[in-house]
Design a protein around this ligand. Structure first.
Ligand SMILES: *[C@@H]1O[C@H](CO)[C@@H](O)[C@H](O)[C@H]1NC(C)=O
Ligand SMILES: *[C@@H]1O[C@H](CO)[C@@H](O)[C@H](O)[C@H]1NC(C)=O
Ligand SMILES: *[C@@H]1O[C@H](CO)[C@@H](O)[C@H](O)[C@H]1NC(C)=O
Ligand SMILES: *[C@@H]1O[C@H](CO)[C@@H](O)[C@H](O)[C@H]1NC(C)=O
Ligand SMILES: *[C@@H]1O[C@H](CO)[C@@H](O)[C@H](O)[C@H]1NC(C)=O
Ligand SMILES: *[C@@H]1O[C@H](CO)[C@@H](O)[C@H](O)[C@H]1NC(C)=O
Ligand SMILES: *[C@@H]1O[C@H](CO)[C@@H](O)[C@H](O)[C@H]1NC(C)=O
Ligand SMILES: *[C@@H]1O[C@H](CO)[C@@H](O)[C@H](O)[C@H]1NC(C)=O
Ligand SMILES: *[C@@H]1O[C@H](CO)[C@@H](O)[C@H](O)[C@H]1NC(C)=O
Ligand SMILES: *[C@@H]1O[C@H](CO)[C@@H](O)[C@H](O)[C@H]1NC(C)=O
Length: 833
């Protein structure tokens, strides 16, 4: 630190020399009670020349003057005013800050008092008269100068440095600015891109602190957006523009953001014109949006459309008069004075018209800066209507605090001295407020309108409102000129119902793929995946949403259900009628050969099996599903068991009784027929109870058969009912074997034949049903199942019982003991032959 201070003192001594040479009446200086330091980029640095010895900087290439004249004007206006800082004179000390890194003498002069610099100076020390510094221009210049000014917290009010680094208050506590930071500029640029759906853009920045900051902010800002940045380049004097344009052309980029200083932009646009780059959209940063040279160039209209974001152009009343009068006074007097400290300018030899022809971008920012400082000083000195408290010592750091506190309050007060036109402008907006004006060049159309005036960074709502008008105006202009809004996309948007398949590293580049049926794509949720529809929904190929599936089942009131119910009731009616007929003719041989008492059991069981049919229709529920096949399986088992017994007995009487008499007597003794039936019933009942309790049937939604429908059905586990079905099948097989054995018995004992036929019908019915099940799973499968059940029941009724009824009713001669005996004798004869 000691070393550091020593160097400061050395520099101070050197400055002392510098000060002595200064001629007080220069345009660069104005005496006053308080001075405002100014660092202005009047000339450009030609000093990238290498030199071996320390040399004074030669600022020769003339750059621009308007800003320099603006600070002179503003200070004078404040000094002239009677309301603001009454009886206090404000002066300035301005240096031509023409190099990024080599202009320290001027800065040191500003912060030195009586020729020396005293960091952390306390009250006893001599204070510099400079209370605030305005400038410098570029971001790099500000970065090199800022640390020196921050030591004593001298307010550094900047009018052109938008680099976001300076928003860090811990690092740059006394840095203040009167223009929006890059963050706001980039935000507006991104909003423009989003508004016009430009997603495939290039970013060209000047290769310095300003441009690189812009690039960083831009890449951060677009992270969560759909904008891709396939090309970015830092522009410098050595940039090969041919190559740059070739690379952009190769990537088919149509929108180019140019976030660069004018000295980089001018060669860029010129080479674009030379290289016949056409139909691009150029988005200009604030540093060149208001450039006055480019729009006047021949062939500029060929390069496409230029949109810009810039501060507003405010015409400050009196400025023009000031320029004319100062030219009249000065007559090129100071051309040779004090080259050492950069306070030399051939300025007065410039025409005021030339000055006005320059880019007006930052003049209002300077004007605001001077007024803001003046107000802060006004408050620090506790000025009244006509005088200020002269006893108060003004420390720069106090001014710094007041400045920040006062910014949004002071400048909106009514007692401003500024002329009315500018005053209203102040009242509508504050100094740190964002000003943007859209600059739109097309066919040399140059629009100078203020779009967004009067909102502070705090109020996002106003910003949005403002942007709305901005875009409204932009669209209006585009339509006026019949310009089609250009597009800049890597891949065109996918049609609805298609998903994006990323192609390469950029999100913007993708192929489109249609979503299969049963899936959909929701762009807001994820444009990259086809989402599956829920089970209760369906969708066609290429859908953006799912539709609810239609729910289908045969209700109990359906016409087919009613017909089946009628058939089932008719069946019950017929079994009842037959039972009555059989009981009336109980003792006739036909009834006895049909089974006697067993007939009633069979008829009863058939009727009970019939119950199943009633549970086939309606919305499936657990009881409905349980009862759908349970009565049929249980009671049909009994029926079949009866037929087994019946056919066994028939065969027995004629064949087994003779061959194995022991078995016959055993059968008769233990009532074998009833035993078999009961055993079959019990086993089947056990199987069903176990099966149904292991895996109870439940309602089930069939979704795979139709894509757009849900068929309500029952999930009846095949495994759980395997045992009962096998039992039924084995009884059936047994029955078939016995009845087949007895197929050539006497004609009146042809029950066996009837049973065989019925069994064949039964097997055929269920084979057909099983086939249908495999081929079709729509709602009518319930109807088919009910028909299969009915058919199984009706086949016994029609082919076993109905012929007997027919004989009883219409052929009573065949229903006699003699007729039966005769037939049996005939049979025994044929057997013995
Ligand atoms: C300041 O006052 C002087 C003398 O009254 C006048 O000549 C000059 O134009 C004024 N300057 C400004 C900027 O108003
Ligand atoms: C203005 O200041 C001067 C000295 O700086 C003083 O003599 C004079 O009285 C002051 N005028 C008013 C009105 O305060
Ligand atoms: C500045 O103001 C002081 C007092 O207010 C005045 O004497 C002086 O002439 C003014 N200077 C200019 C250049 O207007
Ligand atoms: C300024 O410095 C000179 C010599 O360097 C000294 O004589 C003078 O007293 C100093 N002035 C103040 C106010 O300190
Ligand atoms: C610029 O790039 C182009 C193509 O890449 C090349 O042909 C040309 O020589 C380069 N120009 C310079 C000055 O390097
Ligand atoms: C640009 O176009 C002009 C005329 O249309 C032509 O003379 C010139 O060669 C072109 N330049 C390039 C680099 O293509
Ligand atoms: C000042 O400017 C005039 C005209 O612009 C020019 O003729 C003259 O040589 C310049 N003087 C210096 C010292 O640059
Ligand atoms: C300034 O200070 C002097 C003496 O210190 C005192 O007499 C005078 O009243 C003070 N003036 C103001 C306006 O406070
Ligand atoms: C999708 O629909 C097409 C035609 O409509 C059909 O051929 C295809 O089988 C369906 N795919 C699925 C999974 O449903
Ligand atoms: C898409 O997803 C969003 C967010 O999850 C939701 O608000 C919107 O309703 C969905 N759109 C469709 C058509 O499903």
């Amino acid at each position: 630190m000691k070393h550091f201070l020593e160097s400061f003192c050395l520099l101070g001594a050197f400055l002392h020399v510098c000060t002595q040479h200064t001629v007080p009446a220069s345009e660069f200086q104005l005496e006053g009670d308080y001075l405002i330091g100014g660092l202005f980029h009047i000339h450009d640095d030609t000093g990238s020349v290498y030199h071996e010895r320390p040399e004074a900087l030669d600022c020769t290439t003339f750059l621009w003057l308007i800003l320099f004249q603006m600070i002179r004007f503003s200070v004078e206006q404040v000094n002239n005013s009677t309301n603001l800082l009454p009886n206090v004179s404000l002066g300035y000390d301005i240096f031509d800050h023409c190099s990024d890194t080599q202009n320290f003498p001027g800065v040191l002069k500003l912060i030195s008092a009586n020729g020396s610099i005293q960091p952390w100076s306390d009250k006893q020390s001599v204070l510099s008269k400079v209370i605030a510094v305005v400038g410098p221009f570029t971001s790099t210049q500000s970065l090199t100068v800022a640390p020196l000014l921050m030591v004593n917290l001298v307010p550094m009010v900047n009018y052109a440095t938008s680099t976001s680094v300076f928003s860090n208050k811990a690092k740059y506590p006394s840095f203040l600015r009167t223009l929006p930071s890059n963050l706001n500029m980039i935000d507006v640029i991104v909003r423009i891109l989003q508004k016009f759906n430009w997603r495939w853009v290039a970013f060209l920045n000047s290769d310095d602190d300003y441009g690189n900051d812009g690039l960083n902010l831009f890449t951060q800002r677009i992270k969560d957006t759909e904008i891709c940045l396939p090309y970015s380049k830092g522009l410098s004097d050595s940039t090969n523009y041919t190559q740059t344009f070739k690379q952009m052309e190769a990537k088919q980029i149509n929108v180019i953001i140019v976030f660069a200083l004018e000295n980089n932009v001018e060669p860029l646009i010129e080479s674009a014109m030379l290289l016949n780059v056409t139909n691009k959209v150029w988005i200009a940063g604030d540093a060149w949006a208001l450039n006055k040279k480019l729009p006047k160039m021949k062939g500029i209209k060929n390069i496409g459309t230029v949109l810009g974001v810039a501060e507003p152009v405010v015409t400050i009343p009196g400025f023009s008069d000031f320029l004319h009068s100062s030219k009249a006074q000065l007559h090129c007097k100071y051309a040779e004075q004090d080259t050492f400290c950069n306070q030399k300018c051939n300025c007065s030899c410039m025409n005021p018209e030339d000055i006005f022809a320059a880019d007006p971008s930052y003049s209002f920012a300077i004007y605001s800066a001077i007024y803001a400082i003046a107000h802060a000083l006004h408050n620090t000195l506790r000025c009244g209507a006509d005088k200020c408290d002269s006893n108060i010592t003004v420390y720069p750091y106090i001014l710094n605090i007041i400045y920040e506190k006062c910014l949004f309050v002071c400048l909106s007060q009514d007692d401003l001295t500024a002329p009315t036109k500018v005053k209203t402008h102040y009242q509508r907006s504050f100094v740190f407020i964002l000003f943007f004006s859209g600059v739109f060049w097309h066919l040399l159309l140059y629009i100078k309108h203020l779009f967004c005036v009067g909102f502070s960074p705090q109020s996002v709502a106003t910003l949005q409102k403002c942007l709305f008008f901005f875009f409204f105006y932009l669209f209006y202009v585009l339509n006026m000129c019949l310009v089609q809004v250009p597009t800049s996309l890597c891949s065109p948007e996918c049609p609805a119902g298609y998903i994006k398949k990323r192609n390469g590293i950029y999100e913007c580049c993708f192929d489109c793929e249609i979503c299969a049926n049963g899936t959909y794509v929701n762009i807001t949720e994820s444009p990259y995946t086809c989402l599956k529809c829920k089970d209760i929904e369906w969708s066609e190929e290429g859908s953006t949403s799912c539709n609810l599936r239609a729910v289908e089942y045969i209700s109990a009131t359906d016409i087919v259900a009613t017909l089946v119910f009628v058939a089932a009731c008719a069946f019950v009616g017929m079994t009842l009628a037959m039972s009555v007929l059989f009981s009336v003719n109980y003792n006739t041989p036909v009834v006895r050969s049909a089974g006697g008492p067993m007939c009633f059991l069979i008829l009863g069981c058939l009727s009970l099996s019939n119950l199943s049919v009633f549970f086939h229709f309606g919305k499936p529920t657990v009881p409905l599903c349980t009862l759908r096949y349970l009565p049929f399986l249980l009671f049909y088992t009994i029926c079949l068991a009866c037929f087994v017994v019946r056919s066994f007995q028939i065969v027995c009487i004629f064949k087994i009784a003779a061959k194995i008499p022991k078995l016959h007597s055993w059968w008769v003794k233990y009532n074998g027929q009833w035993l078999v039936i009961v055993v079959a019933f019990v086993i089947q009942a056990i199987f069903l109870v176990i099966g149904y309790s292991c895996k109870p049937p439940s309602p089930y939604n069939e979704t795979s058969w139709y894509p757009d429908k849900i068929i309500l059905s029952c999930d009846i586990s095949l495994q759980a009912s395997t045992a009962s079905v096998i039992l039924l099948l084995s009884i059936c097989t047994l029955c078939f074997i016995f009845s087949y054995m007895g197929k050539n018995l006497p004609k009146n004992y042809n029950e066996a034949k009837a049973i065989t036929f019925c069994l064949l019908l039964l097997i055929l019915t269920w084979i057909i049903f099983a086939t249908e099940c495999m081929l079709y799973r729509g709602k009518y499968i319930q109807l088919l199942s009910a028909l299969a059940v009915l058919s199984s029941l009706y086949s016994f009724l029609f082919w076993y019982f109905l012929p007997k009824c027919f004989i009883i009713l219409f052929q009573p001669h065949k229903n006699t003991q003699q007729y039966f005996q005769g037939l049996i004798q005939n049979y025994t004869k044929t057997i013995s032959q």
